[in-house]
Design a binder for this molecule. Structure first.
Ligand code: GLC
Length: 651
C-alpha cells in the first residue's frame, strides 16, 4: 500500500544509506522493500512509535536488511526468485521431515555428512538440525541456551562443516531447517555478561529489576515452565545484585523486545542463518516473546506483531525462507501464529501441530478416537498458504494440551482424564505397558508432562523385554498407524530420529549431572548404527518399521490429495474406535483418499455406503494405496483389523 508518511520516511532512509550499500545492485531488494514497507513501518510504529529514537531505529532496521541482502549469496537469491514464482511449493505432499541432533544421529557435522544417504534411503527431504550454536558447557538446555548466535559449538564442528552439509543437502533437494532461539540467551552470552558488568545498554536487552516489586507483580499470573528445576520466573544475579526474568531455566535470560535494539539484533540473526543456506527457520518459544504484568505472558498481541515484523523483514531480504512457529499452546492460540487477519500467512508459514500430537496420544491410551475427532473438529481453519508440521513426538515432553471443552464434549472430566493419561504413560495404570517418565510436575496445578521414546511409550520396550511377539507386532502396527496419520493429515510430517528403527528410552542421561534432572534426555538418543543396520535384515523390528515407513513416504509423495490446501473432511462414522477423514485433490476433487485408522485392539467395521453420500466414495472397488491390496470386506462392510490404517482409493 502507498501511504505518504511511511513512504517519505522510506525516501529519507534510502537517501541516507551508506555509499557502500547504495553502490550495490539492489533492484529486487527495493521492489520488496517498497511492497512491505508500509507494513513494516506500521508494525514498528505500533511497537516503538512512542520512543524518541524511533526514526533512528527504523534507519537501523532498513540498513540491517540491506546489508544482509548484499551478503546473500547469488544461488540463494536465485532460489528466492524461484520460490516467489512457485509460492505454494511448500504445501506439496513431496516434503517429509526429520528432526535430529547432529551429535545424536551422528557424531558431529562431518559424520552427519557421511550419513546423508540414510535420508535418501528413507525418503526424508527436510532435516531439522536441533540447535548447534555455542552454549555453555553444562547449562545448555539441549542447545537452547545460546551464548553466541553466530558460532557453531565446536562439539558439532565448524561453520564450514555446516556449509558442506548444506551444499550436500541442496544437491539432493533436502531442505535444511535451523533453529533461532528468539526468546532468551544464555547468561553467558556477551549481552548478559555486559549487563552483569553494569552496562545499561545491555541491561536494557533483558528484564532486569533492582528489587522484587515488579517481579512479584508478574509472578501473580505467570505460570512456570520448568516448575521442578527452575521454579519462579526470576533469578537473583549476585554479581549485578538484581533480579533477571528467566521464564525457562535460571540460566536462560529472557530478551526484552520492548527494546527495538533487541528486535533488530534478532532480525540480523535470522537473516544471518538465512544467508548461510537455511531453507526454514524454526523460531523457538514464540508464544513468550512479549511480557505484560497481569497476564500469563504468552500469546500476547505484541508477540504476534513482532513475528509479523520479522516475517516482513525476512521477505524483503530472503523471501524464499520459511518460518516455523514453535508455539506449544492451546489449540485456538496455535493457529494465530499463521497470522490472523490476512488471507495468506503473515507470520509463520508453518506451525507445530501440537494439538494433533497430543490428541494422537490420547487415542492410543484410550483405544478410541473420540477426543481426537472432537479436537480436530474444533480446530479452526488455517489460512491459505500456511501448513502444519505434523508429528508424533519431538525432542520435548508431551503436554496434554487439549481444550477442556473438547474433553467435556466427549464425556470425560478434564482433570481425571488427564490424570488417567499421565498414569497410563508412566506405567502406573494397570493395563498399561507404557514406559514413559514424568516431566515438569507442578505441585500447585497437578500438571505433569510426559517423556519417553515413541517405542517405549507405545509398549514396544516392554513387549521386547517379555518377548511377547503379539505385543511386539501390535506396537509396530501402532507406530506405523500414527505415522500413517501424520503422513496423510495435511502438512509436513516431521519424523523424530530413531523412531524409524524403534529406538527405546535411553536412561544414560541419569549419569550426567547436567542432564539427570531433565527426563527429556530419555528420548534424545545417540543412534546405535549396528541396530540401524538391522533395517536391512528382514523380520527384525528395525526392518518392519523402517521399510513400512519408507514405503509410506514413497506412496505419500505420489498422492496429490495429500498436499495441504485445506482439503480435508473429517467424517463421523459413529464408531469411536475409528478415526476417518477424506482428502481431496485440489485440482481434481473427484480424486479422493479415505484415511481410516483403527485405534482398538479388536477389528472394527465400517459401512462405506453410509459415508458414500458425504464424500462420493463408493465401496465397490477399493484399494489401499499403502499396501497396494484390496482390504477385507464382510457383509458389505470394510473390516479394519486392530491397530491398522488404510489409505483407500476407489480408482
Ligand atoms: C523450546 C524448546 C525446548 C526448550 C525451550 C526453551 O520449547 O523446544 O527444548 O527447553 O524452548 O528454550
Amino acid at each position: 500500500m502507498y501511504e505518504q508518511v511511511s513512504h517519505s520516511l522510506l525516501n529519507e532512509i534510502l537517501t541516507d544509506l551508506k555509499p557502500n550499500i547504495l553502490a550495490q545492485d539492489l533492484s529486487h531488494f527495493y521492489t520488496r522493500l517498497g511492497a512491505n514497507f508500509y507494513s513494516i513501518y506500521s508494525l514498528f510504529n505500533t511497537l516503538y512509535g512512542k520512543r524518541d529514537d524511533f526514526k533512528q531505529q527504523m534507519h537501523k532496521l532498513v540498513e540491517t536488511m540491506a546489508r544482509q541482502y548484499i551478503q546473500r549469496p547469488p544461488h540463494l537469491k536465485q532460489s528466492d526468485v524461484e520460490r516467489e514464482n512457485d509460492h505454494n511449493w511448500f504445501l506439496s505432499q513431496e516434503w517429509v521431515g526429520m528432526a535430529l541432533y547432529a551429535d545424536g544421529f551422528a557424531e558431529d557435522l562431518p559424520d552427519l555428512l557421511q550419513r546423508v544417504h540414510y535420508f535418501l534411503e528413507l525418503g526424508v527431504n527436510m532435516v531439522h538440525l536441533m540447535p548447534m550454536m555455542l552454549c555453555p558447557a553444562g547449562a545448555r538446555d539441549g542447545g537452547y541456551a545460546v551464548s553466541d548466535f553466530r558460532h557453531i559449538d565446536p562439539r558439532f564442528g565448524t561453520l564450514e562443516d555446516l556449509q558442506k552439509l548444506t551444499a550436500a543437502f541442496h544437491k539432493h533437494d533436502i531442505l535444511l531447517t535451523l533453529d533461532v532461539v528468539l526468546n532468551h540467551t544464555s547468561d553467558e552470552h556477551e549481552w548478559a555478561q555486559r549487563a552483569r558488568e553494569g552496562d545499561s545498554k545491555y541491561q536494557d536487552y533483558y528484564y532486569i529489576f533492582a528489587n522484587r516489586e515488579v517481579p512479584d507483580m508478574f509472578e501473580v499470573t505467570m505460570p512456570e515452565v520448568f516448575p521442578e528445576t527452575s521454579s519462579g520466573n526470576f533469578t537473583w544475579d549476585e554479581s549485578m545484585g538484581k533480579w533477571v526474568m528467566t521464564v525457562f531455566n535460571d540460566f536462560q535470560w529472557d530478551l526484552n523486545y520492548s527494546n527495538p535494539a533487541v528486535l533488530i539484533e534478532m532480525v540480523d540473526v535470522i537473516l544471518y542463518w538465512a544467508n548461510k543456506g537455511a531453507d526454514i527457520l524454526r523460531l523457538d518459544a514464540v508464544a513468550f516473546l512479549w511480557k505484560k504484568i497481569g497476564s500469563i505472558c504468552q500469546n500476547e498481541r505484541e508477540a504476534h506483531l513482532l513475528l509479523q515484523l520479522m516475517k516482513d523483514c525476512c521477505q524483503v531480504t530472503a523471501p524464499g525462507v520459511l518460518f516455523i512457529a514453535e508455539a506449544i499452546v492451546a489449540p485456538v492460540e496455535i493457529i494465530k501464529y499463521f497470522g490472523e487477519d490476512a488471507i495468506n500467512a503473515k507470520e509463520c508459514e508453518i506451525a507445530y501441530n501440537a494439538s494433533l500430537m497430543a490428541l494422537l496420544w490420547d487415542a492410543v491410551a484410550t483405544k478410541n478416537a473420540k477426543l481426537l475427532a472432537q479436537g480436530i473438529k474444533s480446530l479452526p481453519d488455517k489460512l491459505e498458504r500456511a501448513t502444519w508440521l505434523n508429528y508424533v513426538r519431538c525432542h520435548d515432553d508431551i503436554g496434554l494440551g487439549f481444550d477442556d471443552n473438547d474433553i467435556r464434549a466427549v464425556d470425560y472430566e478434564p482433570y481425571a482424564h488427564r490424570q488417567f493419561l499421565i498414569d497410563y504413560y508412566t506405567g502406573i495404570y494397570n493395563d498399561s505397558t507404557s514406559l514413559g517418565l514424568p516431566f515438569g510436575h507442578n505441585d500447585k496445578t497437578g500438571d505433569t508432562r510426559i517423556s519417553g521414546s515413541l517405542a517405549s511409550l507405545i509398549g514396544l520396550e516392554a513387549a521386547l523385554h517379555f518377548g511377547d511377539q503379539s505385543e511386539i507386532d501390535d506396537a509396530i502396527k501402532m507406530i506405523l498407524l500414527l505415522h500413517g496419520i501424520i503422513l496423510s493429515f495435511g502438512g509436513i510430517p516431521l519424523l523424530y530420529y530413531g523412531d524409524e528403527i524403534g529406538t527405546l528410552n535411553d536412561n544414560s542421561y541419569l549419569q550426567d549431572p547436567a542432564k539427570a534432572n531433565d527426563s527429556r534426555w530419555a528420548h534424545r538418543p545417540r543412534i546405535n548404527w549396528e541396530k540401524a543396520a538391522l533395517r536391512n535384515t528382514p523380520g527384525t523390528v528395525e526392518n518392519k518399521l523402517f521399510s513400512g515407513l519408507k514405503k509410506m513416504i514413497a506412496v505419500r509423495k505420489e498422492i496429490a490429495a495429500f498436499a495441504d490446501f485445506n482439503n480435508r473432511v473429517l467424517l463421523d462414522v459413529g464408531n469411536p474406535h475409528l478415526f476417518v477423514f477424506a482428502r481431496f485433490e485440489q485440482n481434481f476433487p473427484t480424486n479422493r483418499v479415505l484415511v481410516v485408522a483403527n485405534f482398538d485392539s479388536a477389528p472394527q467395521h465400517l459401512n462405506l455406503e453410509d459415508i458414500a453420500h458425504k464424500i462420493h466414495f463408493h465401496g465397490d472397488v477399493i484399494r489401499d494405496l499403502y499396501s497396494g491390496e484390496t482390504p477385507a470386506m464382510f457383509n458389505d462392510e470394510l473390516v479394519v483389523p486392530p491397530y491398522q490404517f488404510y489409505w483407500l482409493t476407489n480408482k
